[in-house]
Design a protein around this ligand. Structure first.
Ligand code: IVH
Length: 673
């Protein structure tokens, strides 16, 4: 069936449009549409040609993509081995390399220039151009022999079909990195997620997987980029130095690494690294370090090569954010709500500046999604302050799949499956693990803040039967504590004193300390701001709770259930009998100017000497002030402790009022403490 004329017209228009965009992108480096829009055009062209193959002429832009699936990839030898780079994470080693390279070459008294480039975290590839025509793409492989991935490389926008020149060299081997942009990575993974397919762990894996696909039509749906950084064998082209070579590649339509520099100055080399490191998240693709190369080709030759890497270059790598490690074991921990949380124990690895040995796996569904089990090698990631996570399987260890336990690993009670959640729970309130976690939370800093009752002491007290509930804490006597191993009389007395002080913490902290599900610090403050004590709270209905802004149905239901729980209420009553008397929060200041801090934004900085941070913040709120987290022009008052640092400087620059702690207390009419 021949194509309707409307489609023929659309097809021709698309071919023209895409060719124009290609030209804008490759030759003028000035694309006028986004990658996504470009891909949509190309996809439409593919669809039309799929229905009407006769339209797919030689000149169609799809032909740089085309090709039927292959049976398997062919191995091809590189004419010249593709070496790797010596690398280091150490500034000192970079300095040593720099100095010794300069010393070695000083014989010539050469004006020595170093080219600095980002180290792209992708897949190394070699493109072969014969008489200006792209004929082959080969992965690095083992450096000597790689896979022929020509069919997929044709789908890469940065791989021109012909060099943009009238007089191309007879042979040009271009080496570079195939990378995937973060945005494309997200798109491809979103599509896979929607299709229920396993997700790619990172852009490098996706790029590598894509290059090795047998079907280039699938590869075309996963947009890759190519960036050149070197040459293999050439015939009819020589450049004086690396930068000159890269400039020529650009002129021929081959993109090369951006963000580069040329310098003889060590400080500039190190500054390039620092700038790349701090800006790495703003780059469109993953960069894992900087590469420092002697620019001049003749000098490169003099420096020569080791067996696997040249002496004229070094990679200065960023601290790794991702690594692989052996998953040794999956432990299941029981939390304070009885939730069973699996946690991976891995062979310790250094990622993002810290050593990681334990990684939470959240729940059984997450383990199934990741498809990991003991004995596997797994990918571990950690970026910035983010807690480490396992992001996928690196190598299957062949072990049996992991199954979540059907009974609590601590008290053996059969677990229950929370209907609306993916969590398994131990329903036994007397489970020693649940009690231990509840106690730890109860005494923690943001809860009742009881010093001297650490995890080990609590565990001993539970073990000896001295603690069977939270309330038992307040029945403890100094003599009982003093008998515990490594707990002298003084520590015992201190702990009892700390417990005494905790009896009158405010109602918000008390509520939070009880560990009621979904009642976090903020929600506890909201509730305590509305009801002064438990007696008042016991009289409210779920609806009353839901009427409070910031309290949703989940919190309301959970709190109601807790209030209706006889065991819990008996336990709290016993605390009251034992002298626990949570203090009502100060009534919130009215907006009509009540409270000396009404309408003022306050921030604390430096080490306060008499108040704890928390007390200072509570006082501020009690006097009608609002807390800010940073210095801005909205700030009205900065209260400084010792060693205030940069916030003070900034506040002074902005002309913001600054008070010392004592003066602040005086302003509030609070006695100095
Ligand atoms: S030059 C003989 N420059 O790093 C030196 N390599 O560990 C050839 N890489 O296999 C490499 N960015 O895949 C060079 N700007 C860059 C690079 C770069 C990334 C990769 C490349 C190579 C690996 C070496």
């Amino acid at each position: 069936m021949s194509a309707p004329s409307k489609l023929v017209t659309e097809h021709a228009a698309l071919c023209e449009q895409i060719a124009a965009h290609d030209e804008a992108y490759y030759q003028r480096d000035a694309p006028t549409i986004s990658d996504a829009e470009y891909d949509a055009l190309l996809r439409r062209l593919f669809d039309i040609e799929a229905a009407h193959p006769e339209l797919a002429s030689e000149t169609s832009p799809t032909q740089r993509v085309a090709g039927a699936p292959l049976g398997q990839l062919e191995s091809v030898a590189h004419r010249k081995p593709m070496l790797s780079l010596a690398n280091t994470y150490s500034r000192e080693e970079v300095v040593d390399w720099f100095d010794s390279t300069r010393d070695f070459l000083a014989a010539d008294d050469a004006a020595l220039a170093f080219r600095i480039e980002p180290k792209l975290d992708g897949v190394a590839i070699e493109l072969v151009y014969e008489h200006g025509r792209f004929v082959r793409a080969i992965t690095r492989g083992d450096g000597k022999v790689g896979d022929d991935v020509t069919h997929n490389a044709r789908t890469i926008r940065g791989v021109p079909r012909t060099l943009h020149t009238e007089s191309p060299p007879a042979l040009l081997e271009v080496r570079g990195e195939v990378v995937m942009r973060h945005a494309s990575f997200a798109t491809v993974n979103a599509r896979r997620e929607a299709a229920g397919e396993p997700l790619f762990v990172n852009p490098r894996n996706l790029a590598s997987g894509t290059l090795k696909l047998l079907d280039p039509r699938e590869a075309a749906r996963r947009p890759l980029d190519f960036l050149g950084y070197g040459l293999g064998v050439t015939d009819g082209f020589e450049a004086e130095g690396h930068t000159q070579a890269m400039e020529q590649l650009e002129a021929w339509g081959l993109p090369t690494t951006a963000e580069w520099g040329l310098t003889g100055d060590l400080e500039a080399v190190l500054a390039h690294y620092d700038a790349l490191l701090s800006g790495r998240d703003d780059l469109p693709f993953d960069v894992d370090g900087s590469v420092i190369k002697v620019n001049d080709h003749a000098l490169q030759k003099r420096l020569g090569e080791r067996s696997r890497s040249p002496r004229w270059a070094i990679a200065f790598k960023f601290p790794a954010r991702s690594a692989t490690s052996m998953l040794r074991e999956i432990q299941v921990q029981v939390g304070r709500t009885g939730a069973l949380t699996p946690r991976a124990v891995i062979e310790p690895v250094h990622v993002g500046g810290v050593t990681i040995e334990h990684v939470t796996l959240h729940n059984g569904d997450e383990i199934a999604r990741l498809g990991v089990k003991p004995g596997d090698r797994v990918f571990v990631e950690r970026a910035g302050d983010v807690i480490p996570k396992i992001v996928g399987l690196a190598e299957d260890g062949g072990g049996p799949p992991f199954v979540m336990p059907t009974a609590c690993p601590v008290c053996a009670t059969p677990v229950v499956d929370d209907e609306d959640e993916v969590v398994l729970r131990c329903p036994n309130r007397a489970c020693p693990a649940v009690l231990q976690r509840r106690l730890e939370h109860f005494v923690s800093r943001n809860a009742l803040d009881v010093d001297g009752l650490g995890t080990k002491v609590l565990a001993l007290l539970v073990e000896q039967g001295l603690l069977t509930s939270l309330a038992d804490l307040f029945a403890l006597e100094a003599e009982q504590l003093a008998e515990l191993p490594r707990m002298g009389e003084i520590s015992a007395r201190n702990a009892i004193e700390a417990l005494q002080a905790s009896r009158t913490r405010n109602f918000a902290r008390f509520l939070f300390a009880l560990g009621i599900r979904h009642v976090g610090q903020h929600v506890a403050e909201v509730i305590a701001g509305r009801w002064p004590d438990l007696a008042a709270l016991r009289g409210v209905s779920t609806e009353d709770l839901e009427d409070v802004a910031e309290i949703g149905p989940t919190v309301a239901a959970s709190l109601s259930a807790w209030l209706a729980d006889d065991d819990e209420q008996r336990m709290v009553d016993r605390m009251f009998e034992l002298g626990v008397a949570p203090q009502a929060l100060a009534p919130p200041a009215e907006d009509d100017g009540a409270g000396v801090l009404a309408g003022l934004n306050v921030l604390f900085t430096g080490a306060l000497q008499t108040l704890s941070r928390r007390e200072a913040q509570e006082l501020t709120k009690a006097h009608g002030g609002k807390l800010l987290s940073g210095v801005s022009k909205n700030l009205d008052l900065l209260v400084v402790g010792e060693k205030p640092g940069s916030k003070l400087k900034k506040a002074q620059e902005l002309g913001i009022e600054v008070l010392e702690e004592a003066a602040f207390l005086e302003r509030l009419g609070e006695a100095p403490r």
